[in-house]
Design a protein around this ligand. Structure first.
Ligand code: ADE
Length: 230
């Protein structure tokens, strides 16, 4: 990879990149600042997308327009897979928009009407590099799985159970599937790395506030380790 794009949604998720990347330049577009530099001898461009699918989509397209040849996402998520605990990590095998819902028209939940694909697959090579990095840093604490994205902070046990049973999700967050769709539309490889800040249940808001900083640090460390092998 010649130029690696890295996105985080929140300040906690990218402030460590500000510390560790040797900066060579920056530019701004659509209200987003893109920082260019070097990390472990690799050219990177990183940015804070802001929260939600629209922010993530615009940010990803602009990164691709800036010439990156892959996109990594670092951040936190709510656990959906029952075996996952706070601090565990999900590496995306694919991403799907759980709030895309045209079921009254006979489409499946998550299906984007008139489109063949609505589950966007991560690049197998990036999934492997990410999983290896997880095993090096946090042995036994990561899974590969489906990331469910929507413009909702999920904090309901029943909803989480449905997301697991009906959609087969491993975790839920608010950007991954938008980034994934834009990457697939442009034929650019991607992977999403999410550390669990909460279990998307009745305690999610409390846990999110308590664990987001540590979970963001974990995600960042994985990206940092990945860069050594890319
Ligand atoms: N990001 C972290 N926790 C989340 C949750 N419970 N729902 C959506 N996005 C999240």
């Amino acid at each position: 990879y010649n130029k690696i794009g890295i996105i985080g949604a929140m300040v906690e998720e990218i402030e460590l990149l500000h510390k560790h990347v040797e900066k060579t330049g920056s530019f701004a577009k659509a209200g987003i600042e893109y920082v260019e530099g070097m990390l472990h001898g690799k050219r990177v461009v990183f940015c804070k997308s802001g929260v939600g699918k629209v922010n993530a989509a615009v940010c990803t397209q602009l990164l691709i327009d800036a010439g990156v040849d892959c996109v990594l996402f670092t951040g936190v998520a709510g656990a959906v897979e029952p075996s996952l605990n706070i601090g565990d990590i999900v590496v995306s095998t694919s991403c799907l928009q759980h709030d895309m819902d045209c079921t009254p028209l006979g489409f499946a939940r998550g299906q984007i009407p008139f489109q063949e694909t609505w589950e966007f697959h991560a690049a197998p090579e990036l999934v492997e590099i990410a999983s290896q990095a997880c095993e090096t840093l946090f042995p036994g604490r990561s899974v590969k799985g489906k990331v469910l994205s929507g413009d909702q902070f999920v904090a309901d046990r029943g909803e989480v159970r449905k997301m697991h049973e009906e959609l087969g999700g491993a975790c839920t967050e608010m950007e991954g599937a938008a980034l994934a769709q834009v990457c697939v539309m442009n034929d650019v490889p991607f992977v999403v790395i999410r550390s669990m800040s909460d279990k998307a249940d009745g305690s999610a808001h409390v846990n999110f506030n308590e664990f987001t900083v540590q979970a963001s640090v974990n995600s960042h460390r994985i990206i940092d380790e990945m860069l050594k092998h890319m």
